[in-house]
Design a binder for this molecule. Sequence first.
Ligand code: UDP
Ligand code: MG
Length: 146
Amino acid sequence: MKEYTYIMIKPDGVKAGLTEEIVRRIQNKGYEIKLFDVRKLDGDILDEHYAHVKDRDFYPEMKEFMLSDYVVPMIVYGENAIQGMRDLMGPTRSSEAPAGTIRGDFGNKEIVNQNVIHGSDSRETALIEIERFFNIKVNHGEEKDF
Ligand code: UDP
Ligand code: MG
């Protein structure tokens, strides 16, 4: 089934000029970018988005990094897009990410939070994240005009 997923290029990716390269990789994999934005986040939306790691010791540094510059939020759509995007991104730790993945090729091998890109981890969180960042309700498999 075609799925929606929430993808976000983090400030390190934007600053390094990787936006076009990442867009190309997403499209080459056959996914559509339905919406694309460039913006700065505020602390509240970030705390919500990262509620699952908010109490971890690395969070303050990560929060400062995520608020430090522009991010590129996207809605990506395609067959098996959630897992497919996770595969394209590589694992959380760039030091463990294989060459050919976005994190493996461009992530910071020492600083875990500077791993270039976010992607939703399940069908349920994808819909929640799309609504959180774009204020839009979508259903997987349902073509929609944006
Ligand atoms: N993170 C970190 N140190 C860790 C684990 C996670 O800085 O030990 C950051 C990293 O930026 C990661 C984000 O927290 O992308 C969210 O963690 P999650 O486990 O959801 O990883 P992801 O889904 O991004 O691979
Ligand atoms: Mg995650």
